[in-house]
Design a protein around this ligand. Structure first.
Ligand SMILES: NC(=O)c1ccc[n+]([C@@H]2O[C@H](COP(=O)([O-])OP(=O)(O)OC[C@H]3O[C@@H](n4cnc5c(N)ncnc54)[C@H](O)[C@@H]3O)[C@@H](O)[C@H]2O)c1
Length: 386
């Protein structure tokens, strides 16, 4: 017998859709004690659009004000799929009301905000998760497993890129739905909070905490029309950011992110080079993890011979995390499944009492690294992570 879990989702844009899909599908693929009920959707879209969204995704009701949603006694869980500047206020209210909370990344506009949010959920004792969904790409989960099995060994280098190309035109306005990402008041930062937050979460998950960073940011288009005011206003986000990092384990990291990499749409890659082996992943080819084995993790013996080379692992076998929940080996899953997998882990956490990660404390780590990057870019010096 499953227990109903009444969910209210705030935001019906890109992430509102991925979360709705996950809520609808999760019990089809995972055996769980809890069964989400799509109780209410809430957003700022005009009422006809909200009604249409509710009907398309099977929500029982809709709200036009998130305060009203959080006040409702028939809501157990809030999922926050709204722009970054709204996360803190919604989280604090939802925590006070005792709701479970899944919040989209980046958790907040700054580490100070994220700290307040951690305190709010911890004092209220409510389950919480930051939606760093890439941890739930089976190939990235496999990378984590290989690291934990000692197959990379002592790490030397971590190299990440996150590249897009959708803001190159000077005609793209700032502000408003989707384009709020170009408005620093709403987004907090540009590629640092939007894209590098993902790269940092993955990097720290695989390679441990970052100790210090030195960064350079650039804003290529200095002014853009604001979609809400119609006025041309200065652009205050970082269009591109590159930073060097030193990890606590002594390895060196390079990170590059841009929305000006012509031809790159969602090019999120990482490579980890260790003494025993290397790993490479590219989100535009997400079914594969590339692995180079240099030595046997148990014996430390060198395995190099005339067949040595990079191995492409098609991560679709039943042995691969999450894959036994879907089809048969060789059949792939997609972007949307990372949200289904994340929700399944969160619901399992409710069931077992072992919270799913990354929780808000872990999201705060990423936020501290983002703050250090922006501070370093401002002062032109290395910055230690607080
Ligand atoms: N995990 C990921 O890979 C990923 C991908 C994209 C976006 N995100 C994050 O998800 C969040 C939302 O991004 P998006 O791309 O879905 O944005 P979007 O512009 O597509 O949608 C935003 C939605 O929020 C609603 N909204 C805005 N202010 C509101 C308010 N005060 N009250 C109620 N609703 C409000 C809007 O009406 C809209 O429905 C952001 O924090 C973003 O960084 C995460």
């Amino acid at each position: 017998m499953t227990k109903p879990l009444n969910v209210g989702v705030i935001g019906c844009g890109f992430m509102g859709r991925t979360h709705s899909n996950a809520l609808l599908r999760v019990n089809n693929f995972f055996d769980l004690e809890y069964q989400p009920v799509l109780k209410a959707i809430c957003a700022l879209e005009e009422e006809s659009k909200l009604k249409a969204f509710a009907s398309q995704w099977g929500y029982e009701s809709y709200e036009t004000d998130w305060h009203r949603l959080i006040e409702r006694d028939d809501i157990d869980q809030i999922e926050i799929c709204t722009p970054n500047n709204t996360h803190k206020e919604i989280v604090i209210a939802a925590a006070k009301a005792g709701k479970n909370i899944i919040c989209e990344k980046p958790l907040a506009l700054s580490a100070a905000e994220a700290e307040e949010m951690c305190v709010a959920v911890e004092e209220a004792g409510v389950p919480n998760l930051v939606s760093f969904n890439y941890r739930r790409v089976p190939a990235i989960s496999l990378a984590k497993q290989l690291v934990d099995e000692g197959r990379v060994g002592k790490p030397f280098h971590y190299r990440a890129t996150y590249l897009q190309d959708w803001t190159i035109s000077t005609d793209v306005p700032q502000g408003g739905n989707t384009l709020w990402r170009l408005d620093a008041k709403v987004a907090g930062s540009g590629v640092t909070g939007d894209l590098l937050a993902h790269s940092i979460d993955t990097a720290e998950w695989l390679n441990g905490p970052i100790r210090s960073v030195v960064a350079k940011t650039e804003t290529f288009v200095k002014q853009r029309m604001h979609a809400e005011t119609g006025k041309v206003e200065p652009v205050r986000i970082d269009d591109a950011c590159m930073f060097l990092a030193v990890f606590e384990n002594g390895s060196m990291g390079t990170f590059e992110s841009s929305r000006y990499a012509r031809g790159r749409k969602n090019y999120n890659t990482f490579e980890l080079n260790g003494e025993a082996g290397s790993l490479f992943f590219d989100l535009e080819d997400p079914q594969y993890l590339d692995y180079f084995q240099y030595s046997n993790p148990s014996t430390g013996d060198k395995v190099e011979d005339h067949l040595t080379g990079w191995k492409r692992i098609h991560v679709t076998n039943f042995e691969h995390q999450y894959m036994d929940r879907y089809w048969v080996p060789g059949c792939t899953i997609g972007y949307e499944h990372t949200f289904i997998n994340g929700l399944a882990d969160f619901l399992k956490g409710l069931e077992t009492g072992v919270p799913a990660q990354p929780d808000f404390r872990s999201g705060l780590r990423t936020q501290k690294v983002c703050d250090a990057i922006l501070e370093s870019a401002r002062i032109g010096q290395w910055v230690e992570i607080a």
